[in-house]
Write a protein that binds this ligand. Structure first.
Ligand code: VTB
Length: 332
């Protein structure tokens, strides 16, 4: 094949690996779902991690974990910098959250998912596991409608104006944490509603892209930085706007971030800074949620629902699978 005809790495990632990623998150979701409602967050997370790592290692990729379970010394599996895959394919960045919303899974409450992103090598932000200030809105608004450094009131008013509705017809999604008391009060003062979630802000950010279904117009507040990168990956595919800033409020965090390549601790990251290249994001439901249904264990089938986002084409695929070979879900 002449060089001109050879598919570039992005096409390889997107065309061949899109379905492979579904397998990866399906396996992680089923593994976690077996421990759903057991009140054991750690066990469910570990099961998802094991399953995800096993499947990723079967893929024809030369992958490196940029968002994972932690630093090498604290996480034996899927640690940041771990190489994954059989090495035969394209160089890719891998961001994983094998069980996003561990508490939701442990309590069998809505919204826990297995999620991962794969992107061209060197294009996902290697975010340390610290907090991140985030703001996100869905597609269809002029660039710069909202800004992380504007006040919540300014952002709600600007968004309401752009949507052509009064603030009372805007709903913001915020993590239910004491650190958000002032933010929540400020949003409510505009007349906008606040929907509080206990966990799961990867899906929370994605909710803004489908306001007709979710009723959510804007995500605001402080969540985990790794989840911010995963959400950004999805937004790159669907459209929408997002900004983030790492919260590096101690010397230790600034050092850790610097080691991961963060030169400016106050940097404002745009959507493209968080996830720059071609990216694919797959998310399988563990418990039932607004984006994907949870795993259903039947007598003769296991059912999963996965959503896969591709940035190259903006395609969103929903894949409902009915699995009959249960062996594939057992450790081998
Ligand atoms: C969020 C949420 C996650 O962590 O990012 C949150 O989306 C932030 O951390 O599901 P705190 O719990 O410390 O506020 C999770 O709840 C768990 O990773």
């Amino acid at each position: 094949m002449s060089d001109a005809k050879k598919p570039g790495p992005s096409q390889v990632i997107e065309r061949i690996l899109t379905l492979e990623l579904v397998r990866v998150t399906e396996r992680a979701a089923v593994a976690a779902a077996r421990l759903r409602g057991q009140g054991n967050e750690k066990a469910a997370d570990q099961a998802a991690v094991d399953a995800m790592r096993r499947e990723l290692n079967r893929l024809p990729i030369d992958g490196t974990v940029v968002i994972g379970e932690g630093e090498r010394d604290e996480a034996p599996m899927l640690f940041i910098g771990e190489t994954l895959g059989n090495g035969s394919g394209p160089k890719v960045d891998i961001a994983v959250d094998p069980l996003e919303g561990t508490t939701l899974c442990a309590k069998d409450m809505p919204g826990s998912v297995a999620v991962m992103a794969m992107a061209e090598g060197g294009t996902l932000l290697a975010a340390p596991d610290v907090y991140m200030h985030k703001i996100a809105i869905g597609p269809g608004y002029p660039a710069g409608t909202v800004h992380l450094d504007a006040s919540p009131e300014e952002n709600i008013h600007a968004l309401a104006k752009a949507k052509g509705v009064p603030p009372s017809e805007i709903t913001a999604l915020v993590l239910d944490r004491p650190r958000h008391t002032d933010l929540i009060a400020a949003i409510r003062r505009t007349g906008a509603g606040v929907r509080l979630i206990s966990d799961g802000d990867v899906a929370g950010v994605i909710f803004t892209t489908m306001p007709e279904e979710t009723g959510i117009d804007i995500y605001l507040g402080i969540g985990a930085a790794p989840e911010g990168v995963l959400a950004a990956g999805a937004l790159r595919c669907i459209g929408g706007q997002m900004q983030g800033r790492l919260i590096l409020d101690t010397e230790e965090k600034r050092d850790r971030a610097a080691k991961m390549g963060v030169a400016d601790p106050n940097r404002l990251y745009s959507l493209e800074d968080l996830a720059r290249g071609d990216v694919v994001v797959a998310m399988t439901g563990v418990t039932d949620g607004a984006l994907v249904k949870g795993v259903k264990f039947g007598r003769s089938t296991i059912r999963t629902e996965t959503v896969v986002y591709r940035s190259h084409t903006g395609t969103v695929r929903r894949i409902e699978a009915e699995h009959r070979d249960f062996d594939k879900f057992h450790l081998k």
